[in-house]
Unconditional design. Sequence first.
Length: 206
Amino acid sequence: MDILGKLFGSSARTKIMRLFLLNPLTPFELHDVAQKTKTGASARKEIAILESIGFLEKKSFFKQISFKKGGKMKTKKKRVVGLHLNENFPLLFPLKNILMSGNPLNRREEIINRFNGCGKVRLIVVSGIFVGEGNSRVDILVVGDGLQKRAIDQALKGLEAEMGKELTYAFLETPEFLYRMGIYDKFIRDIFDYPHEKVLDKLNIA
């Protein structure tokens, strides 16, 4: 359990709080909260606690539902009851400052370890949500050799659960990345010309 998990009672609670703090206008159903934060059965208990102190409120909203009819997939809107952040909660801003600044994923090793087993990772660059920049092309760029998409997807899901927000990302094999760097590719330039941090750099990128 991390330091914030100990302070706030459980790591599951801090994950759930981050989810709502980073998505203040988005309501979530219980099972969506459990899935996005990977908190499983404990999500119900933690949400009940957060609702009891006024951090969360119930909200009715429409959700897009997919279903099969006549052999074809169709969608419809269904009214459901979920929860959303109470923006009038008196300790909202102090909590946000504590939870965001205390995010364990600000530590380099935490991020690097997530990508063990994803191939020979040679470069990890973070931007966007990791550096407080809202207009970045991606939140994370992974470069390496023999990269495995499924393993990277799993690593990112773990990061998303900790961060409390869906991440935009890209991964490139080393030769393609170096080629794009060499021709001043716009996508790569947009990452490196704006706020970013090299968490891992075995390519010695200037």
